[in-house]
Design a binder for this molecule. Sequence first.
Ligand code: GDP
Ligand code: MG
Length: 200
Amino acid sequence: MSKKPVTQPALHKVIMVGSGGVGKSALTLQFMYDEFVEDYEPTKADSYRKKILLDGEEVQIDILDTAGQEDYAAIRDNYFRSGEGFLCIFSITEDESFQATQDFREQILRVKNDENIPFLLVGNKCDLEERRKVTYQEASDRAKQWGVTYVETSAKTREHVDKVFFDLMREIRARKMEENKTNNGRGKDKNKRKKNSLKS
Ligand code: GDP
Ligand code: MG
């Protein structure tokens, strides 16, 4: 009998961040189950896993849908630390949620300590054009300033929902390939433990 090598599909860990009510859960559930869920428990954080084909390669996506109101900074930081890529969501109908993306960006950069962390700025609820408060221009200006991509989505109509998850996974995959190159031949993850620079 020929032995088949046991290769696990690559696992890409995505974190949903953003203020309450912007559609983090709705986007996650639309991507996972092709359904628009209008009344998902707002205080719940949950994780999901799904096998998908990414440009012909079977991979697994792990999505952590945060509640966006994690009371303890330590819990939030742990979530962020576990992420390999981030979808930073606001609602185009709510300026406050757009302003909040600045804080999320800063928190993520502080925890990950990596300017090039895979990251997309996502303006959700683009089906509600008549209630728009954040212009496409100001959002894409902010994204440009951060060096990230801006995409508008609707969890209701499914517009660009697959796109944001797939584009982010491509960024994560590219990032891992780069890292593999730099670590070439060296012992991998086990030796990668970083010092905690936050301790004083
Ligand atoms: P979360 O707190 O960020 O997880 O937000 P939810 O996913 O719970 O969504 C909050 C509310 O906005 C719910 O009533 C959703 O039905 C609604 N919602 C989410 N995404 C969209 C969208 O793209 N379009 C519209 N019209 N409503 C949305
Ligand atoms: Mg939610």
